[in-house]
Design a protein around this ligand. Structure first.
Ligand SMILES: NC(=O)c1ccc[n+]([C@@H]2O[C@H](COP(=O)([O-])OP(=O)(O)OC[C@H]3O[C@@H](n4cnc5c(N)ncnc54)[C@H](OP(=O)(O)O)[C@@H]3O)[C@@H](O)[C@H]2O)c1
Length: 360
């Protein structure tokens, strides 16, 4: 049976306590937990079977998001390589998938796949993140009608593929990134795809206030979206892990709808480890790695995302019954009401509904 390993890492100190043998770290302050992680070897979090066709392992690189972004890149990459070699040489992985910030830290996976010691294919899994996001945007726009779509992190790996795809569809876009040179490069690329429409390009995140739907897909370690940046009744689709939006924002802006982004429903697969995703759902990069193992695809999928491959991954997903996960807001389902006049509920409306249910 084909074996694959999906590399993950804790988003923060709290995530570390999800590993049974590290449960005790829950009582320690984050700074101490990070010091402990510094010394740990890669951690096997679970081993699971997929349709009796392939076997997967979740292996953690013991560094939080803050450490990944704050420690010297060389050191972070050394720890990632260590985990990848453990996966390949000790666990017998024939495919390695990259979770959360591991793709960002390895130049979209290219750095890792080019190491002479790595003999197996590597995938960043971000093509399906783009696939499920497009599925979500199609669903949301079918509910709320034509919308201006904003992307924060527009020239990143996922952001640029989304920008290209949505621009190709002639949708009205606001594309935000903090580096002007990279923004200009993206603008040029988009012009080649479709010269009829001109997206708004900005290095100021406040310009996101022109968007009805805001997609956040940066590798920032903290929440970067502020309540004052958002248009009334904006819909946020947050792909980032760690999240780019805090729960506090929803308290300050109860008119806003927040959707946990980039999640896939992987029917009938028990991962044997809780990564903080809603029931039956998992991260799309893991879902793509599973699909690649099921299809026995022996190529590496790293670097820029090809829109052709996004299509291919969506076909694979359909074949195995994977799709966008149920819409949730910080893990809580967002009911879509009234068949004739469907409506996505805001956080406040969900709370009110829940309160009514409790009373009755
Ligand atoms: N939900 C899922 O299943 C799933 C799947 C895959 C990935 N992800 C998450 O998706 C996110 C993006 O992944 P990726 O592979 O596309 O990463 P990436 O290629 O590294 O792109 C991230 C982009 O974010 C930008 N950025 C960082 N801080 C910013 C800020 N404060 N304001 C504006 N832009 C900022 C960076 O631009 P600069 O050049 O300016 O630094 C970079 O271009 C990550 O959080 C990752 O963990 C989630």
């Amino acid at each position: 049976m084909k074996r694959f390993v999906f590399l993950i890492h804790p988003r923060d100190g709290k995530d570390v306590g999800r590993v049974k043998r590290l449960l005790w770290t829950k009582i320690l302050p984050e700074k101490i937990v990070e010091k402990i992680l510094f010394r740990l070897p890669p951690v096997v979090c679970s081993r699971f079977n997929v349709f009796n066709k392939t076997e997967g392992f979740l292996v953690a690189v013991p560094l939080t998001a803050r450490q990944m972004l704050g420690l010297p890149l060389e050191f972070v990459r050394k720890r990632i390589l260590e985990a990848a070699l453990f996966a390949q040489n000790k666990l017998g992985a024939e495919l390695i998938g990259l979770g959360a910030l591991i793709s960002s830290m390895t130049k979209k996976g290219i750095w890792l796949s080019e190491r002479a010691e790595i003999e197996v294919p590597v995938t960043h899994g971000d093509s399906y993140a783009v696939g499920v996001t497009i599925e979500a945007i199609e669903k949301i726009t079918s509910l709320v009608g034509n919308s201006v779509i904003g992307i924060v992190g527009a020239y990143g790996l996922i952001g640029s593929a989304l920008s290209r795809l949505l621009h190709k569809k002639s949708l009205e876009l606001v594309l935000v990134g903090r580096n002007e040179v990279k923004l200009k490069r993206l603008e040029k690329e988009l012009k080649k795809i479709n010269s009829q429409n001109r997206p708004m390009i900005s290095k100021w995140i406040v310009d996101i206030n022109k968007a009805d739907i805001v997609i956040t897909t940066t590798n920032a370690s903290d929440a970067i979206l502020k309540p004052e940046y958002l248009k009334p009744n904006a819909i946020i689709y947050d792909i980032a892990q760690p999240r780019n939006v805090s729960f506090q924002l929803l308290k300050e802006r109860p008119d806003v709808i927040y959707i946990d982004g980039g999640l896939a429903n992987i029917n009938g697969i028990n991962l044997g480890f809780k990564m903080g995703t809603p029931q039956r759902a998992t991260f799309s990069c893991l879902a793509e790695t599973i699909l690649q193992a099921l299809e026995d695809d022996e190529e590496s999928h790293v670097g820029e995302i090809s829109l052709e491959f996004v299509k291919e991954v969506r076909h694979r997903a359909e074949k195995y019954g994977f799709s966008h996960a149920e819409f949730t807001c910080f893990g809580k389902p967002i009911p879509i009401l009234n068949e004739e006049k469907p409506k996505i509920l805001t956080y406040l409306e969900v709370k009110n509904l829940e309160a009514k249910k409790t009373i009755s």
